[in-house]
Design a protein around this ligand. Structure first.
Ligand code: TXA
Ligand code: MG
Length: 317
């Protein structure tokens, strides 16, 4: 069992000693280590059972700190960073040699983010190194949105989890980079794409669907429950699996008969509320005694795009 506490000085002691800890952000909980300590970073890959080709995100306390570790910071991305950091936004920048290559899985660019979470920021502010952290779930499984989720899955392998409450956003950060003067969105996430256009920024989506993508974490099957999980027309699915115990991940006002458990992501069809509940409800259904989990896609605006991306990757077919 890991110790769960909101004491940042204790968290620092563990990190200074080269340990990895669970740490809260507003998107999802991370599994954090000193990003400058190769050995500690190697432990993250081991504990998560994460393939060595899948790079980590480096968490900093300020844009000035990011500049200490990035070789260059193109104007376009700097503008976004100034506007949306701290926040659910991650930028890809050429790294300095100070960041060990294990952090970026050998790539020349590294992902940087400033979490908008009071505990995470307090902790980052008292450390004299940034934190490398992927989401704190075993590779391929659903991301954690509470300390309890982290404890359940990784508690026996880490000494400490910094308590930060339930994640306010509930879905991972939006990852952006710059290629040939174009801002590219590599992963849909907690900062909606509309936010960029609202501010007159043109972005291009390059969301990988293949199993050998350039943004390695974007592999096709991810965020997945252990149970069979199917996304489609709910009425058809209920009919198709009428002999099974069905767990329904619902969205909006529609009512259905013939399901064992129903959890509603948002009765008001609000995608921001749905994002907060998504991973938690997926887990609850996965841990229940249903045979199969079904869901439909949510409205494709706001955080709906990111939610649908996760539903697609989590589903079995
Ligand atoms: O919200 C978040 O981003 C959370 C919290 C903990 O900060 N972190 C997170 O990390 O979602 P993780 O490891 O689950 O996802 C990191 C993903 C990688 O799988 C990859 O897709 C992308 O970020 N990434 C990281 N470094 C990259 C790089 N150098 N080039 C391309 N993609 C990169
Ligand atoms: Mg992850």
């Amino acid at each position: 069992m890991a110790k769960i506490s909101s004491d940042i000085t204790e968290a620092k002691l563990y990190l200074d000693a080269g340990n990895i800890i669970g740490f809260p952000t507003e998107t999802v909980y991370g599994l954090a280590a000193n990003a400058l300590d190769k050995k500690a970073v190697a432990t993250i890959y081991k504990v998560k059972n994460r393939p060595s080709f899948d790079p980590l995100i480096v968490h900093c306390s300020s844009v000035a700190e990011i500049e200490k570790y990035a070789k260059t910071f193109p104007e376009e991305l700097k503008l976004i960073a100034t506007k949306y950091m701290p926040g659910a936004c991650t930028v890809l920048l050429e790294k300095k040699d100070l960041i060990p290559s294990i952090v970026s899985a050998g790539l020349s660019k590294v992902a940087f983010r400033i979490p908008n979470h009071p505990k995470a920021l307090e902790l980052l502010n008292i450390l004299n190194y940034p934190l490398a952290a992927p989401s704190a779930n075993p590779f391929g499984y659903i991301s954690p949105t509470s300390s309890l989720h982290v404890e359940k899955q990784l508690g026996t392998q880490i000494p400490f989890i910094l308590e930060g409450g339930k994640c306010a956003i509930g879905i991972e950060s939006t990852i952006i980079g710059l290629e040939n003067n174009t801002i590219i969105v590599h992963r849909l996430g907690g900062l909606s794409v509309e936010e960029f256009s609202k501010n007159g920024l043109k972005v291009e989506l390059q969301i990988n669907q293949s199993s050998n993508p350039t943004s390695p974490g974007q592999i096709k099957s991810h965020y997945a429950p252990k149970k069979k999980f199917i996304v489609g027309n709910i009425e058809d699915l209920i009919e198709q699996f009428k002999n099974k115990k069905i767990g329904l991940l619902n969205f909006g006002k529609n009512k259905y008969n013939g399901v064992e458990i129903e959890l509603n992501l948002s009765k008001n069809a609000d995608t921001t509320e749905a994002a907060i509940n998504l991973f938690d409800y997926m887990r609850t259904l996965d841990e229940s005694d249903v045979d199969i989990i079904i869901s439909s896609y949510v409205s494709n605006f706001g955080l709906g795009l990111a939610i649908n991306d996760r539903l697609k990757r989590a589903s079995t077919n």
